[in-house]
Design a protein around this ligand. Structure first.
Ligand code: IMP
Length: 192
């Protein structure tokens, strides 16, 4: 079976293909000649994941899945959430996003937060949703050089240091996206 992963991130693509049995071939957007930008206009992670997966299924006719991730901070009522990428405005800038978050949390004692990933799968006319959560807290300053986005200021529960100090292998085992993709892969490997 062929299945499109609606992402332009080749690392994510490779990761998923490695986890799947050989009977499922993952196609990139480039593989199906899709160069369209799908605006993430919904106000939830699930909504945006559905939007992206539905766009491909409707316009290109493929079985497809898409993901969307946000950082939800407890004392900010779940912000930045679905707006994590553009928290500090356009153009997208991870450093500015982190500085804005650190400044909004300056006088807060509750620094609990979680990354949440929603994955939407469209397969043979049916739709399935998967979720992955990684709980942790926002540090008071940056730590580590690896990763991307908010990694330097997010410390996962049960660990001493930020995501940005971990190898991608280590991070994938416990991360929101790793957990959501693992659920998707288990579902697909048992499909039919
Ligand atoms: P996306 O849905 O994977 O594109 O993620 C949206 C935004 O959430 C990104 O632009 C990052 O700011 C943030 N983000 C998503 N996943 C991670 C992660 O694993 N570490 C740090 N930041 C992340």
């Amino acid at each position: 079976m062929e299945l499109v992963f609606a992402t332009n991130n080749l690392n994510k693509l490779r990761e998923v293909q490695e986890m799947l049995s050989n009977s499922i071939k993952i196609l990139s957007l480039k593989d199906i000649n899709c160069y369209d930008e799908v605006d993430e206009t919904e106000n939830s992670l699930e909504g945006n994941a559905k939007l992206k997966a539905n766009y491909i299924t409707k316009n290109f006719g493929y079985n497809c899945f898409a993901d969307d991730t946000g950082l939800e901070v407890e004392s900010l009522d779940g912000k930045p959430g679905v707006y994590s990428a553009r928290f500090a405005g356009e153009p997208v800038n991870a450093e500015n996003n982190m500085q804005k978050l650190l400044s909004e949390l300056k006088n807060k004692t509750n620094r609990k937060a979680q990354f949440r990933t929603a994955v939407c799968l469209n397969i043979e006319g049916k739709q399935f949703l998967f979720e992955g959560i990684c709980k942790g807290e926002i540090l008071t300053k940056k730590q580590g050089e690896k990763g991307f986005g908010y990694d330097p200021i997010f410390k996962p529960e049960g660990f001493k240091e930020s995501f940005a100090t971990m190898s991608s292998e280590e991070k994938n085992k416990i991360s929101h996206r790793g957990i959501a993709i693992q659920k998707l892969v288990e579902f697909l490997n048992n499909y039919k």
